[in-house]
Design a protein around this ligand. Structure first.
Ligand SMILES: O=P(O)(O)O[C@H]1[C@H](O)[C@@H](OP(=O)(O)O)[C@H](OP(=O)(O)O)[C@@H](OP(=O)(O)O)[C@H]1O
Ligand SMILES: Nc1ncnc2c1ncn2[C@@H]1O[C@H](COP(=O)(O)OP(=O)(O)O)[C@@H](O)[C@H]1O
Length: 421
């Protein structure tokens, strides 16, 4: 969450997953080139790359891991300081567009993996992968949602990879406080394990378990839960110090050119609270108390085109696509959600917090394993002493209701309906 200014697996390659490219490539590219250089430095200086070969779970990853034998990786990583940036820049400028890189990616990797274990092959695999490193996401959020390429974590603005299969998220004090409390709460099994604060390149991060560690080619979905996605004090701030946002105006117009009012059209900007409310009514947040932010299936583009997914039928269609109509997976998720529902009833943390903008992360794989975790507590705040919410009542300013249980019940209902389709 960018509110503050912004298991133990060991896979340490960062790939940028890249769907259709249409945006300001040069700015993003510059950023991504910086990331890749930083990444290579990281790779070159840690011994963890050796674990890649051992812990690669997916065929795909295993292939790369095998191909990229440790000696060759070391060599590649060393070379990276001097040659990689240039190579990627060159690749990007040639007809090797992000789109092309993505579509040919799997085929090329497969081909590469089948060939012999030469340094050249290892390097090829890396080059192919990194030539995908031209982000074309419209929003930072989409970029984070799309942070996985199979089990391999992408290096994004807010996230870094930590030691021993952990994930580092840019430090946010509010989120840290939540995790510290959650580690002692009955909700602990439903949140990533929290491992404290670490500093990297002068930036503090909250270190947590990477929830994908034990999955093989995971399917990943992020659902934002609750009837409201902004805090009451954000509304107050917007009234006291209105800060019209041009970027949000642009995001709004991209979805619906008719959405801004005449005044907003004239200013070419909207307030954040207005944008957030518009997003809520456009999607199922207001009608169902949750919305699909995006999902990612193995070897497919990340899908984030759910801003207008509002009706039950539309939601069911999207969820069916995510689980590929596999009822075993639906049952798995339902079991998890029902357990979570029960635990929420007993949780002291839940009783005493307004949970806004938090997501449920759904992960399953072809083995049939399906898990759900609560993530993203950057906008979860402690309620004043003795202040109670039921997490179900409609929100009116001042009552601090977040609609979390209402949304969860609707989600359970929708998944149950899917079994009868
Ligand atoms: O999803 P889109 O339509 O791109 O809108 C995003 C999300 O609502 C972000 O919330 P979240 O991170 O919970 O998904 C929010 O970050 P905040 O968490 O800071 O509210 C962004 O605000 P800005 O960061 O101000 O742009 C806003 O632009
Ligand atoms: N502990 C985790 N393990 C695995 N993936 C995670 C974890 N935390 C976040 N993610 C991934 O990162 C994405 C963004 O995380 P989130 O905490 O919502 O950040 P932001 O608030 O910056 O959007 C999620 O949709 C999910 O895919």
């Amino acid at each position: 969450m960018r509110v503050c200014g912004s298991g133990s697996g060991t896979l340490k390659l960062f790939f940028v997953f890249n769907p259709s490219s249409s945006v300001d490539i040069s700015r993003e590219r510059a950023q991504s080139l910086g990331d890749v250089t930083a990444l290579q430095r990281h790779t070159a200086h840690t011994a963890h790359i050796a674990h890649i070969a051992h812990t690669a779970h997916t065929t795909y990853t295993a292939q790369i891991a095998h191909t990229a034998h440790i000696a060759h990786i070391a060599h590649t990583a060393q070379a990276a300081h001097t040659t990689y940036t240039a190579q990627i820049a060159q690749t990007a400028q040639s007809s090797y567009t992000a789109q092309t890189a993505h579509t040919t990616h799997a085929a090329q990797i497969a081909q590469t993996a089948q060939s012999s274990y030469t340094a050249k092959t290892a390097q090829t695999a890396h080059t192919v992968v990194y030539s995908c490193a031209i982000p074309s996401f419209r929003t930072a959020h989409e970029k984070q949602l799309c942070m996985y390429f199979d089990n391999i974590v992408l290096f994004t603005g807010s996230f870094q990879v930590g030691e021993h299969g952990t994930l580092l998220k840019k430090f946010c004090k509010g989120e840290q406080q939540c995790y510290l409390k959650l580690m002692k709460d009955s909700l602990r099994p439903f949140v990533p394990a929290y491992h404290g604060v670490v500093q990297k390149d002068n930036q503090d991060y909250n270190m947590m378990e990477n929830l994908l560690n034990n999955f093989n080619s995971p399917y990943i979905m992020d659902c934002k839960i609750g009837s409201r996605t902004y805090l009451e004090n954000e509304l107050q701030l917007a009234r006291e110090r209105p800060q019209p946002r041009q970027d949000m105006f642009e995001k709004m117009v991209a979805v619906d050119p008719g959405a801004p009012t005449a005044e907003e059209q004239a200013q070419k900007a909207v307030l954040k609270s207005r944008y957030m409310q518009w997003r809520e009514t456009l999607s199922s947040t207001t009608t169902l108390g949750f919305r699909i932010e995006g999902f990612k299936k193995p070897n497919e583009d990340c899908q984030t085109n759910f801003k207008k997914t509002k009706s039950k039928e539309q939601v069911i269609k999207a969820l069916s696509d995510f689980v590929e109509s596999n009822t075993q997976i639906v049952w798995g998720y339902l079991r998890q959600l029902r357990q979570l529902r029960q635990v929420l009833e007993t949780s002291d943390f839940f009783k005493t917090h307004e949970v806004v903008g938090s997501s449920l992360l759904f992960v399953h794989d072809c083995s049939g394993k399906a898990r759900v975790w609560m993530i993203d507590f950057a906008k979860t705040v402690t309620l004043p002493p003795h202040f109670r919410v039921d997490h179900q009542s409609p929100w009116v300013e001042g009552n601090r209701e977040d609609g979390y249980l209402w949304g969860l019940d609707n989600l359970i209902d929708v998944l149950t309906n899917m079994l009868h389709y």
